[in-house]
Write a protein that binds this ligand. Structure first.
Ligand code: F6P
Length: 506
């Protein structure tokens, strides 16, 4: 699984891989196996692959992202297992293990993918939780599917969790799971982490099933969010829509008889990245050479600007292109001196809003390049691909200016990866104040992407930044991230969960 929106997500479905995976099931968890620590997420942390691909073992390869790196040691130390969808519609895959982690696949049918994943998760909740940048759609059939699939995930945990086990549920696709677990297994310690923003009650109010969602989340002992404003929004919604009593970070949850059943705590735990992996790659001779090659391939421009995003309307790619086009029109940047590389990795391509966005972005890039390109130089180098992490770090090293212009983003790990890769303390980060990362990266050039003139000015400040200022800012940001990597995030969350349950019981 890709932890909270870094851009690369691969995965290849082949008949051969499918066969191997199903056959390989014999080595994994059996139907009766019980685990002390369970992680539950929509996707399992593995992708299908074919035998000739690097890192491919028995038809599977670990997916990129910090979450699995952070949790893998915990999984192997504590007899853990991961529950999630294996990525192939309509296919039953038996439990198996990969890279020392026991994996318990949950099956999704073609209908589940359309109604639960593309529908309720990504065309209702995703836009609703991201400031209604696109209009959310409300369909009762989607909601029914969301309930049914959440029940299926919860059942897999209920079957495999040992007495008193710790269960950590991840993200907005599974918000009903905590309550389903508590009802069936009050012995469990239940944590939930929301990787995306939680909207203010004024927006959340639109959701016809708002009470059921809050109730579902309140089944957890600890509900984690990226920013304290998200935790605040959640607590205000609990008060407003369920009449819950909320004191400081604690929500008193009442049963049908009006008695308090337990206290759920809501708190911010800003997620981070695998700092060691990115730092090591940034110092590897192959990656450094590849970065130089990228610069040479682009004709050694004075400035390379870089955007790296999933092709998602929350990322502000249109705003970024608009600002860049105007800078070219104004003559503030020229194609001889500067190139913008935009990596837009394919995402949720069957959802209407994503299809429209792709058309618009690709039309705009074509228009900009048609207007400003010369035989030698290209204004925007647009790449609609996912890349392995080695190539991403080469791009980070090649780029003088990183543009993160999200209109709303839970965290934005690309910003943290860029900063970590700049081991020489150079380069400039332009960062939207609407990304969670802005809470930690205060020395970035923070801006409001809706303000196109402000965005243009900020891009020019980054392009023209003096080395001493760049170094001062980058040094401070790197210190923040080096001190707060993803291991610390997961251990902070799990320690808070353990402490909370012990305190409640004593
Ligand atoms: O940020 C939320 C998230 O679900 C991430 O966990 C994931 O990497 C990204 O969005 C894309 O998710 P998917 O391809 O599963 O819809």
């Amino acid at each position: 699984m890709e932890a909270t929106d870094s851009a690369g997500h691969g995965g290849q479905d082949t008949t051969e891989a499918t066969r191997t995976a199903t056959d390989g099931a014999a080595s994994g968890a059996g139907a009766g196996d019980q685990f002390d620590f369970m992680v539950v997420s929509n996707r399992l942390p593995v992708d299908r692959c074919s035998a000739d691909e690097a890192g491919c073992e028995d038809g599977w390869r670990r997916s990129p992202g910090g979450l699995v790196t952070a949790l893998a040691p915990m999984m192997t130390k504590t007899d853990g297992a991961w529950v999630g969808w294996h990525g192939a519609p309509d296919e039953t895959v038996k439990p198996f293990s990969h890279g020392g982690i026991d994996l318990i696949p949950v099956q999704l049918s073609t209908d589940d993918i359309e109604l639960f994943y593309e529908g309720f998760s990504n065309a209702t909740l995703w836009p609703l939780y991201h400031d209604v940048i696109a209009p959310p759609e409300f369909h009762r059939t989607w909601w029914d599917s969301y309930r049914k699939v959440n029940r299926r995930f919860a059942d897999a945990v209920i079957r495999h969790a040992a007495e008193g086990a710790t269960v950590w549920v991840q993200d907005y696709q599974l918000q009903l799971v905590p309550k389903l677990l508590r009802e069936a297994r009050p012995d469990l310690k239940i944590g939930f982490f929301n990787h995306i923003p939680f909207p203010p009650p004024e927006i959340f109010a639109q959701l016809p099933w708002r009470r059921a969602i809050i109730d579902g989340l309140l089944g957890a002992d600890l509900v984690g969010f990226q920013r304290s404003s998200d935790a605040g929004n959640f607590m205000r919604s609990a008060r407003r829509f369920l009449g819950a009593s909320v004191k400081q970070q604690q929500v008193h949850v009442r049963g049908a008889d009006g008695e308090t059943t337990h206290i759920a705590r809501a708190q911010a735990f800003p997620i981070s990245i695998d700092v060691k992996q990115i730092s090591e790659l940034a110092q590897s001779p192959e990656v450094i050479e590849r970065a130089q090659q990228i610069r040479r391939d682009l004709g050694n421009p004075k400035t390379i600007l870089l955007g790296v995003d999933r092709l998602d309307y929350t990322k502000g790619i249109r705003h970024r292109l608009k600002a860049y086009e105007e800078l070219l029109q104004d003559g503030k940047v020229t194609v001889e001196d500067a190139t913008l590389i935009q990596v837009a990795s394919p995402s949720r391509e069957r959802v209407e809003q994503y299809r429209l966005l792709r058309e618009e972005v690709e039309g705009t890039v074509g228009h900009i390049n048609g207007t400003f390109d010369t035989m030698q130089n290209t204004a925007v180098r647009y790449l609609h691909h996912s890349y392995p992490i080695e190539e991403m770090v080469s791009l980070y090293l090649a780029a003088d200016v990183m543009l993160v212009t999200a209109l709303r983003d839970g965290m934005n790990l690309v910003a943290k990866e860029y900063v970590t890769a700049r081991t020489k303390n150079d380069g400039a980060l332009v960062l939207s104040e609407f990304a969670g990362a802005a809470d930690q990266l205060k020395q970035a050039l923070l801006m409001n992407p809706h303000d196109i003139d402000g965005l243009k000015d900020t891009i020019m400040r980054a392009v023209n930044m003096q080395p001493a200022e760049a170094s001062r800012r980058m040094r401070a940001m790197r210190k923040q991230i080096l001190d707060h990597d993803v291991d610390l995030w997961s251990s902070d969350f799990l320690n808070a969960l353990a402490e909370k349950v012990v305190r409640d019981e004593s």
